[in-house]
Design a protein around this ligand. Structure first.
Ligand code: 16G
Ligand code: ZN
Length: 518
């Protein structure tokens, strides 16, 4: 901290002349000596970072070589005495010219763990704010928000409001207006159809969905459970619990055939489920959500007569039935990436419309700029015939209800609810689009999980020797079977996934593969 305060104080002593732009040229910065004070200070900072990065000594030479005496300049010297590497020349230019103030948005979820009576999340987010101000940055503290709300604010701010207004109120307005426009296309929507049970995981999502309710103009009736008033965050509830345990969370009232959904602790994941008249539990995970959304979008594109390429991005955990249905029946492009939203998001950006979801319920839809423009043109074109125009308007409102920055439980929920209403579809009908293959996930504790290395989007192990062959041998014993292992990125365990024709086979296969991992 002391270091940062020092930087902040010193930085003020070396102000940058307004409007001055300098380029790290062939041999560093060079100009009239009067204009170089701030550059020298900033190159001192950069040289320090470069030294930390290379774990070596770095040189800074103050000279203007053959230039007239009133000029001066500065160049950096890399560890082996050579000129600084070109990427860092770029950083040097950026740093020397930076005169825009730093600006940081900060938010936090509802983890009410206290230390000496202070909610610890307040202490932690205050530490972030202190860090920003120590370097002279500006910050805005949004307080309690969901993760995807903070992502949304950042995007709004950096697109000069084109994506929306960077306030929580602005977020509700944009999403709910689009939702209400969409549901106008739902004919004869009954009260049953409008009703949804929500498990807020005793987290921030519960708080925010309640805050949003008035904007929904009664087009969606939410029964909220696990709202944080009694239970503990993520304890026996929430999207992760429901997905992994394949059972309903505690603390909610479920009636047969009624749609229910669970958020996770920061409301970036959502999972749907229901219990049937026999009391049997049915899960609709990220794969089912991706299928519902991509079916809806594909139908609208056909109706609108728009030739846009649509793809679904999944991970190795995607149920084999979902992949088969998407490829064989829906005929959409399917891509598989490594686990983790950054990989899926990146892959989805390569298409006109990229629907990405992890089986655990984290996902969203990305529309390319060109796709959004085509949709808008068609929606605004007065010459368009009625059916095409209706489809284009639906697509436009679909774009607006989606939070394209990151997976968002609240936004995904509004989109799913609108689709079900427009298609007059029950949760059972949605579930029946395809049947999941029974599957099992296990975790195995090993002495060093890093010995497992994978390829092909984590679907095949390349080390240790013989492991993949062993898995292949086991998989062959079962019908419609598939299995893979991967080291977890968040826990000190190896994860095992298996699916097969029956639950018993999936359980046996997962067990046998976990023995092969030892
Ligand atoms: C993180 C990822 C989630 C992924 C999970 C896998 C983000 C925002 N979150 O929670 O997408 O499914 O890790 O965990 O990317 P694992 O590596 O322990 O299986
Ligand atoms: Zn989350």
């Amino acid at each position: 901290m002391a270091e940062f305060q020092e930087v902040s104080k010193q930085s003020g002593l070396h102000p940058k002349p307004a409007g001055l732009v300098l380029q790290y040229g062939t041999a560093g910065f060079r100009t009239n000596a009067k204009d170089l004070d701030h550059v020298m200070f900033r190159m001192g900072l950069l040289a320090t970072l470069r030294s930390k990065k290379t774990k070596a000594t770095i040189g800074v030479m103050v000279t203007a070589s053959h230039n007239p005496e009133e000029d001066n300049g500065v160049k950096l010297v890399d560890p082996m005495g050579e000129m600084v590497t070109p990427t860092w020349e770029g950083y040097a230019t950026q740093l020397a010219n930076a005169d825009q103030e730093a600006n940081v948005f900060v938010g936090k979820d509802t983890r009410y763990m206290t230390i000496s009576d202070h909610p610890y999340n307040n202490i932690l987010s205050q530490a972030v704010l202190d860090g920003v101000s120590a370097l002279g940055g500006k910050s805005k503290d949004y307080g309690l928000v969901t993760t995807p709300q903070l992502h949304y604010m950042v995007c709004c701010q950096n697109t000069q409001g084109k994506y929306g207004e960077a306030t929580v109120e602005g977020y509700y307005k944009k999403l709910c207006q689009a939702f209400i426009q969409l549901t106008k296309n739902a004919s004869n929507c009954t009260d049953d159809q409008k009703h949804l049970t929500v498990d807020g995981a005793n987290g921030i999502g519960a708080l925010k969905v309640r805050e949003m309710e008035s904007h929904l103009k009664k087009e969606l009736h939410i029964s909220l459970f696990n709202d944080g008033s009694k239970g503990k965050l993520n304890h026996q509830c929430g999207a992760d619990f429901v997905k992994v345990q394949q059972k309903a969370p505690t603390g909610i009232e479920m009636n047969p055939g009624e749609r229910c959904c669970s958020y996770d602790g920061d409301a970036d994941r959502i999972i749907y489920y229901y219990s049937d008249s026999k009391g049997q539990f049915h899960l609709l995970d990220g794969d089912k959500i991706a299928t519902l959304i991509s079916t809806f979008l594909k139908e609208l594109l056909t109706q609108a007569g728009l030739d846009l390429q649509i793809a679904v991005v999944q991970t190795a955990y995607a149920n084999g039935s979902s992949t088969r249905y998407l490829e064989d029946t829906m005929k959409v492009i399917v891509r598989c990436t490594k686990t983790g939203v950054k990989h899926l998001h990146h892959a989805a950006q390569e298409f006109d419309i990229g629907v990405y979801f992890e089986a655990n319920g984290h996902g969203t839809v990305l529309f390319s700029k060109a796709a959004q423009e085509k949709i808008q043109q068609l929606a605004e074109n007065t010459g368009t015939d009625d059916e095409r125009k209706r489809a284009a308007l639906l697509l436009q409102n679909t774009v607006n209800v989606i939070n394209q920055t990151v997976g968002d439980a609240i936004s995904d929920m509004l989109l799913i609810e609108a689709i079900l209403a427009i298609k007059s579809m029950t949760v059972q009908q949605w579930d029946a689009i395809y049947s999941d293959l029974p599957n099992r996930q296990l975790k195995v504790k090993v002495s060093d999980r890093r010995v497992i290395d994978t390829t092909d989007a984590e679907r095949r192990a390349v080390s240790p020797d013989g492991l993949q062959e062993a898995i292949d041998g086991l998989v062959k014993k079962y019908r419609q079977a598939r299995s893979f292992v991967r080291p977890s990125g968040t826990e000190d365990v190896v994860r095992v996934y298996a699916e097969a024709e029956t639950q018993e086979s999936a359980d046996d296969l997962a067990h046998e593969v976990s023995l092969a991992v030892y």
